[in-house]
Design a protein around this ligand. Structure first.
Ligand code: F0G
Length: 455
């Protein structure tokens, strides 16, 4: 039996709203959950980023932080914890993951270069494209079998990677980036065997390889559970090995750092670290705070140690598995097998009366809000499809999914029972869920800003 190795210490109220209030709020928000004021949201499953509950020890460490501009003791604690975990020689703090991406990529990529990944997260892709470079996703073939129980559907397609590194575009590849766990790819883990093979290929062709390690501890936990040869290792040992297989990392610490803010770049190459440091000082902050407040550095230093506790990871994985079971019992399919940080609901299958052009994933996300005040986000044609000038869908995404993210240490079984109940209510009469059309959409990162209407 597993249970969370912590108890609530300070709690926050959650808003309870009426159906009429939710209808009004969603209409005012242009049917876009990113525009909803949080005080209109009952269960917020939009993201697991920066939303985790901090521990009393993190708060104690934060209270004792050293706010010196240069050389603060908080920085040395941050650096030592991350250097011991990753074994990288250079640890640069930045305020969040996308800043790490911008700083590192601008030292590695240039117009016309290619960044190749199992899947770039959306800000990661945006930071590659802002440099005039190209983001190329090579997810493994197993990912497209949403129902299959393959253990490592987050892997990169090694044959496709090799073909790229030996083909006509080989000279243009600027870096390989492996996202663990693969957030854009169903939250699925990457195996150590896949990571090692990708690193070997990259090295053989003189291309640097980095981790996007936002969920390093959760990936390590799934490796311990699923990969032959790793069953007796600790999540910490697996995470250390993963970091050492590659040349460096970018990592948002708003996820597995269990902190409201923070991230870092880890590197071995001194020349690359120096280039990044120059950029960091010009755009984020001095190298010993990188845009973070001292209390953030200390919260992260403590959070990174807490997240690797096997009892915590076992309870967190069990929570996701339990919700996955309840969701399946409610008649809703998810991307299998359940990962840890989120469940990805198969909205396309649940709402067959809605064509991709009416955005079934978005429709399900709106229904969850209207029925239960639950906020989550579409990962389907609204996010990935291409539109014409009239904002009609031209190329749909391969799947119409909804990501239900699970904040760390925040909600308990009762909350998740409620989520499953709301979903079961929708799944009883799925044909009643209306579709949506796009009314207004910016060109870049449109899902954050677009406005929709029922259609
Ligand atoms: N990489 C991955 C894999 C991520 O999931 C995220 C953020 C980032 C980079 C960027 O980090 O937010 O600190 O700037 N993911 C959040 C999410 C926003 O909801 O999945 P950040």
């Amino acid at each position: 039996m597993t249970f969370p190795p912590y108890r609530a210490h300070v709690v926050a109220e959650i808003p309870i709203t009426t159906r009429a209030e939710r209808e009004r709020a969603l209409a005012v928000a242009g049917y876009n959950a990113f525009n909803l004021p949080a005080d209109q949201v009952t269960i917020d499953l939009l993201t697991d980023s920066g939303t985790g509950a901090v521990s009393a020890r993190q708060e104690a460490a934060a209270a004792a932080a050293d706010r010196s501009y240069a050389g603060s003791a908080s920085y040395y604690r941050f650096r030592d914890v991350l250097a011991e975990l990753t074994h990288y020689r250079h640890i640069l703090p930045v305020h969040q993951g996308r800043a790490a991406e911008r700083v590192l990529f601008s030292s590695v990529l240039a117009p016309g270069r290619i960044s190749v990944s199992n899947t770039h997260f959306d800000t990661t892709r945006a930071n590659v494209e802002l440099l005039g470079a190209q983001a190329r996703d090579l997810p493994c073939a197993e990912f497209t079998e949403l129902d299959s129980l393959e253990p490592f559907k987050g892997n990169i397609d090694l044959a496709a990677l090799e073909a790229l590194l030996t083909g006509p575009e080989a000279g243009h590849v600027g870096m390989v980036l492996i996202t663990i766990t693969n957030n854009g790819g169903g939250g699925q883990p990457v195996s150590m065997a896949n990571l090692a093979a990708a690193a070997k290929l990259a090295r053989a062709h003189g291309v640097p390889i980095f981790l996007d390690a936002a969920r390093f501890a959760e990936n390590a936990w799934l490796v311990v559970q699923r990969e032959p040869g790793y069953g007796t290792k600790t999540p910490r040992e697996v995470a250390e090995e993963a970091f050492q297989l590659v040349d460096g990392c970018v990592a948002s610490l708003k996820k597995d750092g269990i902190s409201p803010m923070g991230a870092f770049i880890g590197l071995n190459d001194p020349a690359l670290a120096q280039r990044c440091e120059g950029n960091l000082i010009a755009t984020e902050g001095f190298r010993t705070y990188g845009g973070l407040a001292a209390h953030d550095l200390d919260r992260v230093a403590r959070g990174v140690q807490e997240v690797l506790d096997p009892n915590y990871l076992a309870a967190r994985a069990a929570e996701a598995e339990r919700l996955a079971r309840l969701v399946n019992e409610a008649g809703v399919d998810i991307v299998q097998p359940a990962g840890i940080h989120a469940l990805y609901l198969n909205a396309g299958r649940l709402l067959p009366h809605l064509p991709a052009s009416r955005f079934p994933g978005h429709s399900l996300a709106c229904a969850l809000y209207l029925e239960g005040g639950i906020r989550c986000v579409e990962l389907g044609s609204l996010y990935l499809g291409t539109l014409d000038e009239q904002l009609e869908l031209v190329t749909p995404a391969p799947f119409e999914l909804v990501r239900v993210a699970l904040p760390r240490r925040v909600y308990s079984q009762g909350h998740y029972d409620y989520v499953a109940e709301v979903l079961a209510g929708i799944a009883k009469q799925p044909e009643r869920v209306p579709g949506y059309r796009i009314v207004e959409a910016p060109e870049f990162l449109r899902h954050f800003n677009l406005r929709m209407a029922p259609a």
